[in-house]
Write a protein that binds this ligand. Structure first.
Ligand SMILES: CC(C)(COP(=O)(O)OP(=O)(O)OC[C@H]1O[C@@H](n2cnc3c(N)ncnc32)[C@H](O)[C@@H]1OP(=O)(O)O)[C@@H](O)C(=O)NCCC(=O)NCCS
Length: 151
């Protein structure tokens, strides 16, 4: 089943409603293993919300939080810092919609490019290619490789 355009809303997080926090944390907890223990902690989230260069958006379906995207805005570029979709809502087009949203944000605000760095090639390749990103670089770091994708 794919989403119809009208079913999903994407909105910026400006402050935490207590009721939203557990869901946001549980979605981010899944990517903690790659990005470190702090991801999802209240201090981490509060810091992001207070950082004007790190816009934080939620995708909702019928008011239920289904996905998260956190960006990092530089002078001319947008970096996707974190993207994650709730397991219950994967493979129905939410990740794609979040990235389409970022592409529009990029054009509307006249940034030059969007990029994202991942630690996994195989598991990310299909997703990022499908949504219009190209692999532009691979860096060997200590103990892992880092892949850079650009749109
Ligand atoms: C990666 C992730 C954000 C994708 O979100 P999603 O909402 O499930 O993705 P979509 O349904 O929008 O999929 C968009 C396209 O990518 C493909 N795709 C999505 N996840 C994929 C996967 N794990 N493997 C292969 N292809 C995948 C889909 O088939 C779809 O293609 P289609 O439109 O031609 O059918 C989500 O699976 C997730 O949160 N994973 C855990 C966190 C993570 O891995 N983050 C790093 C991203 S590399």
């Amino acid at each position: 089943m794919k989403l119809k355009k009208t079913k999903i809303t994407i909105s910026k997080v400006k402050s935490f409603e207590k009721s939203n926090l557990p869901k946001i944390q549980s979605i981010l907890n899944e990517i903690k293993c790659w990005y470190g223990e702090k991801v999802g902690d209240i201090d981490f989230l509060t810091q992001i919300i207070n950082d004007e260069y790190k816009p934080f958006y939620l995708a909702k379906i019928n008011k239920r939080i289904a996905g998260i995207i956190i960006l990092k805005i530089n002078e001319k570029t947008i970096r996707i810092e974190y993207i994650a979709v709730d397991r219950k809502f994967r493979n129905i087009g939410i990740g794609r919609r979040l990235l389409e949203f970022v592409k529009k944000y990029c054009v509307d605000n006249q940034y030059e490019k969007i990029y994202v760095q991942t630690r996994h090639l195989a598991r990310c390749r299909r997703f990022y290619r499908k949504v219009g990103f190209a692999l532009i670089r691979c860096d060997n770091k200590e103990g892992y490789s880092e892949y850079t994708w650009k749109s």
